[in-house]
Structure formats: C-alpha cells, structure tokens
Design a protein around this ligand. Structure first.
Ligand code: SAH
Ligand code: ZN
Ligand code: ZN
Ligand code: ZN
Ligand code: ZN
Length: 460
C-alpha cells in the first residue's frame, strides 16, 4: 500500500483493475460470441479481490457505452438456436450500407463529376452521386467538393467525439507535422497508422503531391466513413480492442503485405487510441500487430519489436510499461484541434497531458528546441524546459512539464503543489483528506470523483 505518484499512479489499472470491486478484463477468448464490432471481450465482475468468484460475461469490445452497443452474454449462458440466428441477422444489419469495394467504385465515379455536381451529405456523412440527391433532399449538404477537400477527409467529416466510443480527437497541424518530420528523420518509409486518420491523411496527400516523398501509410480505424476516400490498400476497417479486421482475411492480408514490404524494414506503427480504453486490450492487439510484422522473412527478428509510437496521456505510463517494458515516455506534448483543454501551453491554455510512448532509443527522438525542449546529456533524452534534472534521483523526473521537487522522505520527486504529509507518510496536496488514500479516481489518482467524471479525461 502506498501513495499515488504525481499525477496518478496508474499501476492499479482501469476497468480492468482487479480487486477494487468492479470489472476485470479477461481478454479475447477463443470462441467468443460476436457483436457488430467483432468478437466480444470476456470480463469478470469482481468483488474486492475475489476475482474467481465473480460471474464471467461477454461485452462489446469497442463500445464502453451501452447506448452504442448493448451486447451482453453470460459466459455460461445457453443461447438458443433462434437467438443465435437473430443475433447473426442483427450483426449483418448493423454493418455499413455500402461495402468498402462499393465505396471505392463510388469514389471513382465521384471524382469524374464536375465540381458543381459534387455533393457531400452532412447528415449521412456520405459523398453523393447525382442519382442519390433526391433521397437526401431534406438533408444538409456541402457542394462543390474540391479535390483538396477529398484529400483531407478528416476536415470534411465531423469528428465523432462521443467520449466513450470513438473519442475522435484530431492532431493539431503542428503536432501532426512534428510526428511526420520525426518519422522521416528517423528514416522510416512506411507508417501503420492505427487510429491516426489525420497523420495518414497528411502522408497520403504529400505522397500524391510531392514526387520525392517516399513515405507510405496504411490506416487501420474503426471509423468506416474513411472507406469512402481510401482504397482497400490504404484503409482497413479495424477494431483495435480485439484486433478484428471487419474486411476478413483479405483485409488482414493487406495489413500483412504492408508490413512485409521491404523485408519489414523501415516500418513504424503509430497509434492514438481513445483514452478511456482498456490498456490491456489495446496492448494485446498491438502485440498481435507486432507479431504479424515479426513473421516477415527476415532472419533473427525473433526478439525484435516493431518500432512504435503509442500516443497516450502521461498518467498511463506505468500501465503501458506493464505491457511494454521496453517503452519510454517522451516529454513532447501532443496537441489537438477539437480539444478545448489539450492545446498548447504557450497559448495560455492548459498543457496537454498527452505524450509519445516508444520503444525507440530515447536519444533518437529529437524534440523541437524552439518549443522549449532541451537535451539532457545525463538522461540522454530531450525533456521539457521546466523538467529539471534531479541530482538525487539522477533523472529528469517531471511528468507534466512543470518543475518537480525532490522529497527526501518519499525518496523521489513529486509535483510542485505537493507537500509531505506525515499522516499518510507520503506527499499529497496540502488540503487532501488523509484517509482513503486509495479511493481516488483511477485515471488521475485524485479523490472526489470517479473515472467517468475525471476532469483530465473530459476533452470538451
Ligand atoms: N489524433 C488522431 C486521432 C485520434 S482519435 C489523428 O488526428 O489522426 C482516436 C481514433 O481512434 C479515431 O480515429 C477513432 O475513429 C479511432 N478508434 C476509436 N475506437 C476505435 C477502435 N475500437 N478500433 C479502431 N479505431 C478506433
Ligand atoms: Zn458492439
Ligand atoms: Zn536528466
Ligand atoms: Zn528527485
Ligand atoms: Zn514526501
């Protein structure tokens, strides 16, 4: 039992935290039933550490809000033939109305149209062919859709901000450009973009405009609207919580081929998953993508990891390291466009808590000096300007960019606003309530609210 570390010790986990009287994730079980989002995940209801006694059940992997998908089944439940058939029918009905192939055909026809006939229905989030205008006549639409607009679908489509499912938060241009420059400087040629449509789009549009631009990208995302703008070699409809390819074996093969090109050399995976998500489920999928890459011909790849950038808030650090011990957290603050809170500190807004976790050697990740980052020669990595090297810890210890202070009693650095409390025997906010040190929010570690209402997660 101990104190929470600055900003929340995430080691205790999320909805998958056992022992807190909640839900624990058991994972993707073989033979699991499916909902429209692919195989459901197996969970167990826990009552204060008695995991074995809880009843196990399946629930949708992608939707943490029952309103989006209410799939539920006890593990030991007998499901009748009629119900199975009804479920299959339901899953079929809940697939998109056009297939990816059809959308590719539609796009081909769309670009042949003169500007004056290019419409995009805002209500259906769909490119319209003239024969379909009638059906959408009482919907709002945009006209004169230009080639430039078709090349930046993330601007055309509205972001699906619903917190619990899609949580679509788009990179600010500066952060996206920084990521791409970094990828190029590191010598990568292919990017597996998992839930990073804006990065994918930046790569795609440069590739089509600049002759000497050599980087290619494959987008894996659950947002099927993107299939209207990209071919089957550029986009796979994918669920990153259960490693499910909606397009079946053909889509999986597309991904495999992409990773295999050039003997699997010079490829990096970049992912920016919804933050409310189950870290364990994400990690399990990412390990499967890594394994797919590892199967490339190349000898001696057995122990190697596919290079990866996992973009996630800093308070998930210990959680990510649990699954990927080789990862390090970089100080770079990732900024977003449609996010009121996570914009750059310099503009007077709150600083973004979102960071890059990577298995690349930290000293290779060069952060922009003009934005205040500096190189610490002892730590051999770039750090925030406020992140001072602590002589006692022998490391640049700040997680949030502010200058942290060392507490000799805790034997570590803590947030500047914290003081050592002799009662709790650790550092905490001055006005904290001493008891119930472990009853805080699992996301940020602070008391007084639960995960669902954590201010550090609310992005609007
Ligand atoms: N910052 C990124 C977008 C991150 S938002 C960018 O600008 O490119 C999270 C992304 O993950 C969204 O594109 C969303 O559609 C996708 N996503 C959400 N749930 C998903 C799931 N279960 N499987 C795959 N992708 C998912
Ligand atoms: Zn579902
Ligand atoms: Zn240092
Ligand atoms: Zn210290
Ligand atoms: Zn202390």
């Amino acid at each position: 039992e101990g104190c929470r570390e600055g900003g929340g010790n995430m080691a205790a986990g999320g909805a998958d935290r056992p022992g807190a009287g909640g839900l624990a994730l058991l994972g993707v079980a073989p033979g699991a039933p499916s909902c429209p989002h692919g195989p459901a995940l197996l969970f167990v209801k826990t009552s204060r550490g008695k995991e074995e006694e809880g009843r196990r059940f399946y629930a949708c992997s992608a939707c943490r809000d029952r309103k989006d998908c209410n799939f539920f089944q006890w593990e030991d439940e007998k499901v009748s033939e009629t119900r199975l058939a009804a479920r299959e029918e339901y899953n079929r009905k809940h697939q998109p109305s056009f297939t990816h192939r059809q959308n590719v055909e539609r796009y081909k026809n769309f670009v042949l149209l003169p500007l004056s006939k290019r419409r995009f229905c805002q209500e259906c989030q769909q490119l319209l062919l003239p024969a379909e205008w009638e059906k959408h006549s009482d919907h709002q639409f945009l006209c004169d859709i230009s080639t430039a607009q078709l090349k930046s679908p993330s601007q055309l489509l509205y972001p699906l901000e619903d917190k619990k499912t899609n949580a679509q938060y788009l990179f600010a241009d500066r952060s996206c450009q920084f990521l791409l420059d970094l990828i190029i400087d590191l010598g990568f040629r292919r990017v597996l973009s998992v839930g990073t449509p804006r990065l994918h789009e930046m790569i795609q549009s440069k590739a089509s405009q600049e002759d000497d631009f050599r980087v290619r990208s494959l987008l894996l995302d659950i947002d099927f609207r993107y299939s209207q703008f990209y071919t089957e070699d550029e986009f796979c409809h994918y669920n990153m919580f259960n490693h499910y390819f909606f397009g079946g074996e053909a889509a999986r093969e597309t991904c495999r081929k992409f990773l295999y090109q050039d003997n699997g050399e010079r490829v990096i995976m970049v992912t920016d998953p919804p933050f409310g998500g189950l870290v364990e489920a994400l990690a399990s999928s990412f390990k499967k993508l890594m394994a797919m890459w590892r199967e490339t011909e190349k000898e001696g790849r057995n122990n190697q990891e596919m290079p990866m950038f996992w973009i996630f808030p800093y308070f998930f650090e210990s959680r990510i390291l649990e699954f990927f011990p080789s990862f390090n957290m970089m100080d770079y603050q990732v900024d977003y466009d449609n996010h009121a809170l996570y914009k750059h500190g310099k503009t007077g807004r709150r600083q973004s808590p979102v960071r890059i976790f990577t298995n690349l050697t930290p000293n290779m990740i060069v952060l922009p000096v003009e934005e205040g980052y500096r190189f610490c020669t002892i730590c051999q990595r770039y750090v925030s300007s406020g992140n001072q090297h602590c002589e006692i810890c022998n490391s640049c210890t700040s997680k949030d960019g502010r200058r942290w202070k060392h507490c000799v009693l805790c034997k570590k650095c803590v947030k500047p606003s914290w003081f050592h409390c002799n009662n709790c025997n650790c550092c905490a906010l001055q006005n904290h309530t001493c008891e119930k040190a472990d009853a805080g929010c699992f996301v940020c570690g602070k008391a007084g609210h639960k995960r669902s209402t954590c201010p550090s997660l609310s992005r609007t």
